[in-house]
Design a protein around this ligand. Structure first.
Ligand code: KE4
Length: 445
């Protein structure tokens, strides 16, 4: 395929090879651990070596071997508007004309902070940082500082970045690569981390009963995306809200993935639950390095320099990232693509479900809004143990059969697909056709 406007690659699976990417990967491995700057990109779960991307536009990625792919990674969530949205591109280039980093405050930071306050229901004040990890780490410190308590409840299979205290049964690439509890994380760092299964409110209630008045926060992905897409059971989030309020612990929603994704106000708006603290990332930076954490004024005014709880960052509130994030949020507020995103993702989920059913592969498709996962397991996935029963070998085969047909899924069973506002029905229908072909090819092999 040549034009990025043409919606679909040829369905037939031409001899698919990645010679330039393979050469680049070998070179990368000589100077970068595993050849990548984040293990999620390493294809560890699906085997083989990753394509090296040359450029992206709209719903498409283009690799250095000339392949075009329909992109369902979307940079692992940020690219909800698609790649290279004109408004975002202009905002970043205009900002660049004025300089890339000052180490001093800018008006743009006020503008995006006000946009976040206006869109995320529970946030009255927000601090920007440079990654979701940094935002989650800062939120945990803030929760502990505000409550004067040490323990944190975390859900097995949830991922909050590579924070030492939270690398306990962590999801995403930690699970993919089999290192949910990383070497180098000391027992002391995780001594106050208490694990519960997701979607099991009685486990949380029992933990509170065991440690009354000692738990600073319950931290979770309100809709899990890092063990594959796992929605909260009906009433679960409400129970966590009650349990935390009753004990004086903070309810912390990690909305790095779900923020501005599942609705303009994120999962907390979708489910009508008001957390005490919210962690944001990905979309809030519009594809540039930015993340944030926010809460009530009373809580956030405890953060330095307003309060005693220290947190700092050289590139926090970076002008280019703020420009990209603000342009993205403003576009989402004005265009409100969520109904269309939901329709496209529903079409994809139904099509994948039909293709897997017709091919006779045990599977479950789980979706919330424009996030979804095709699990190769026969039972619904409610928590980490369910997710880990998936057939990751079959997922790897399916991944490569689709990649060879120009469809780029997230390269792990334990991730969520993302549909963007740049995807079209033609892209979705092509993906479903390619999935049917992929299943047929797997059956033949
Ligand atoms: P970062 O430090 O990667 O910006 O954010 C960490 C993080 C925190 N919280 C949630 C809910 C997240 O999903 C993430 C990061 N997500 C992964 C994808 N599942 C990022 C991909 C990667 O690690 O390269």
């Amino acid at each position: 395929m040549t034009s990025s406007s043409s919606p679909t690659p040829a369905l037939s699976k031409p001899e698919f090879s990645l010679p330039h990417s393979q050469s680049a990967f070998r070179h990368a491995c000589r100077v970068i651990p595993g050849g990548v700057n984040s293990p999620a990109r390493a294809f560890g779960a699906v085997g083989g070596e990753p394509p090296f991307i040359d450029r992206a536009e709209g719903a498409y990625l283009f690799d250095i071997d000339g392949h075009q792919y329909i992109d369902y990674i979307g940079s692992w969530g940020p690219m909800i508007l698609g790649h290279g949205h004109p408004r975002v591109r202009k905002a970043v280039s205009d900002a660049l004309e004025r300089g890339s980093s000052f180490g001093a405050p800018t008006v743009r930071e006020i503008e995006i902070a006000e946009a976040v306050v206006a869109t995320v229901p529970s946030i009255e004040m927000v601090r920007f940082v440079s990654s979701g990890t940094e935002a989650a780490m800062s939120a945990v410190r803030l929760a502990r500082g505000v409550t004067g308590r040490n323990k944190i409840i975390k859900m097995a299979g949830h991922y909050h970045g590579h924070v030492d205290a939270l690398l306990v049964q962590a999801g995403s690439s930690a699970t993919t690569l089999g290192t949910p509890n990383s070497p180098g994380v000391t027992p002391g760092a995780t001594a106050d981390t208490l694990l519960c299964p997701f979607n099991d409110a009685s486990a949380v209630a029992d933990t509170f009963a065991k440690f009354p008045g000692q738990i600073a926060a319950v931290l979770l992905e309100p809709v899990a995306g890092n063990m594959g897409l796992v929605p909260p059971r009906p009433g679960y989030l409400e129970l966590l809200r009650e349990l935390t309020a009753k004990d004086g612990a903070l309810l912390v929603f990690d909305e790095v993935m779900t923020g501005f994704r599942l609705s303009l106000g994120g999962a907390q708006a979708l489910y009508g639950i008001s957390p005490d603290l919210t962690v944001l990332g990905k979309i809030v930076g519009g594809g540039l390095p930015a993340a944030a954490y926010g809460a009530s004024r009373a809580i956030m005014e405890q953060v330095s320099p307003a309060g005693p709880i220290f947190q700092a960052g050289t590139l926090s509130g970076n002008p280019l990232a703020m420009a990209a994030g603000l342009a993205t949020i403003e576009t989402l507020r004005e265009e409100f693509p969520y109904t269309r995103l939901d329709g496209l993702a529903a079409r994809l989920a139904e099509g994948l479900d039909r293709a897997a059913t017709d091919a006779g592969f045990p599977h479950v498709v789980q979706r919330v809004g424009s996030m979804l996962t095709l699990f190769f397991t026969s039972e619904a996935v409610h928590h980490y143990e369910d997710a880990k029963r998936s057939d990751t070998s079959l997922f790897g085969q399916f991944f490569w059969e689709l990649l060879a047909r120009g469809v780029y899924l997230p390269c792990s069973q334990f991730e969520s697909l993302f549909v963007s506002a740049a995807h079209t029905e033609a892209d979705i229908d092509y993906t479903v056709s390619a999935a049917a072909e992929a299943f047929a090819a797997i059956r033949r092999s």
